[in-house]
Design a protein. Structure first.
Lengths: 109, 109
């Protein structure tokens, strides 16, 4: 049982891309990944986007103050504004406190 | 501000497909979606899989007892065994309690 994330904050971002400005979106997305990883309290990220433009990104933070500090980071806030102007049809953001977890990996024997 | 999910349990399942038995996987996945939706306390699901085989599924439950009841549902448990035998290289499962949330939708004015 992997309990490494117990007590961490999971920020679940579900979105659909407009399809507009793919180049600008990719650059901003890579920049946000870099910036987030340098924020205090950053604990990792899982991100997937499907062929229909819907994506889920889950970022993990040591505590709620760290998650809020990333939300309030100036360049991140400015990039969110661009996201609403250009890149997303819709999104939902759900913040949750981790209570338990498991991990499994195939043993390629 | 969308606070509909505050207090719900988010079950975050991140996995990578082996690529084996695509047909069996798809049938089981659809069956699990149907079964989950009929479980008491089911509050919805978000799921995405990318072209690299990594997927994220977040299911939402009214409370922890409902999330555990789905975990313990017999057909679901048997299908998880098949997942470890055939369909997944690895997965992580993270359970978290929702504390806040937001939603935004483009106004196509």
């Amino acid at each position: 049982m992997n309990t490494d994330r117990v007590g961490q904050i999971a920020v679940i971002f579900v979105s659909r891309r407009t399809g507009a400005d793919e180049e600008g979106y990719r650059a901003a997305s890579a920049r946000m990944d870099d910036l987030a990883a340098r924020q205090p309290g950053y604990c990792g990220i899982d991100a997937v986007r499907g062929s229909d433009g819907v994506g889920i990104t889950v970022s993990y933070w040591s505590d709620d103050a760290a998650a809020r500090a990333w939300r309030d980071q100036a360049e991140h806030a400015a990039t969110r504004d661009q996201g609403r102007e250009r890149w997303y049809d819709w999104y939902t953001l759900t913040v949750a406190t981790v209570t338990r977890g498991y991990a499994w990996t195939r043993n390629w024997a």
